[in-house]
Write a protein that binds this ligand. Structure first.
Ligand code: ZN
Length: 246
């Protein structure tokens, strides 16, 4: 190779290194975009940061077994909020029970369709466990009604020692994140109470009981909705994603 050719090759390599460095620098800048910096100051977050704050751990029911024996796809349009009314079991206990097919329910006509209870997320003060992908139906609300057919089911834990305040805060964040991900309006975030259960008395369940007022949505539920809205408003969509979805 001539000296001249070698020189040109070296310049080419130098340019390549420069391009790579610039690209890497650009990625880093994107991660520390003004939105993220602002986030640490004003509490604003991008969708990923929000999701990380919630701390979701996947503990799926085995595919094709127990509560996932039947393939039942879903496009989520609602979020249904429940509470466990179980004063002993934490989120991990519920995950284990679901994974092992321990939560049986009598399968019957116009009732439970699969012989098991299932839902998507269980929340306690420090973590969220996910049992089902959000594109699969659960069995937690109203048998063959829209609550099961179109909603993401969330259970809040009530075991002793669990902070209710922290659980509610984490639940509000999860609802906000799911609203953002699936374009679900706040009016479609509903308590289990919302869905009539045909053939059962009472038809509307007092659930989540600690957010109901005299067994119905009232002041406490509205306050909870406001906390979801506050979390939803923290989520800032980075410019490039916002443009793509236009
Ligand atoms: Zn419920």
């Amino acid at each position: 190779m001539s000296r001249k050719a070698l020189l040109i090759l070296n310049i080419k390599n130098l340019l390549l290194v420069l391009v790579v460095l610039l690209t890497v620098a650009n990625c880093t800048t994107t991660n520390n975009s003004p939105v993220a910096i602002k986030g640490s100051v004003n509490g604003l977050v991008n969708p990923d940061q929000m999701f990380r704050e919630i701390r979701v751990i996947k503990r799926y029911i085995p595919k094709g077994r127990y509560g996932r024996k039947y393939k039942r796809p879903m496009k989520p349009r609602f979020i249904t909020v429940h509470s466990t009314q179980n004063y002993d079991g934490d989120a991990w206990d519920h995950a284990r029970a679901l994974e092992r097919g321990k939560l049986r329910a009598p399968k019957r006509r116009n009732g439970n369709r699969i012989g098991y209870l299932t839902w998507h997320f269980t929340i306690q003060d420090d973590v969220v466990l996910q049992h089902l992908p959000t594109n699969e139906q659960g069995e937690h609300a109203d048998f063959n009604g829209p609550g099961n057919n179109y909603s993401i089911g969330i259970e809040m834990c009530e075991h002793r020692g669990n902070s209710r305040q922290e659980t509610l805060a984490r639940t509000a964040k999860l609802c906000a994140s799911l609203m953002q991900q699936y374009d679900i309006p706040l009016k479609n975030v509903v308590p289990h109470y919302h869905w009539p259960r045909k053939g059962l008395k009472p038809e509307h369940k007092n659930c989540p009981h600690f957010l109901m007022t005299n067994g119905k949505p009232g002041r406490k539920w509205n306050q909870f909705l406001r906390s979801i809205k506050k979390q939803y408003n923290r989520i800032q969509i980075p410019q490039e994603i916002a443009e793509k979805s236009r």
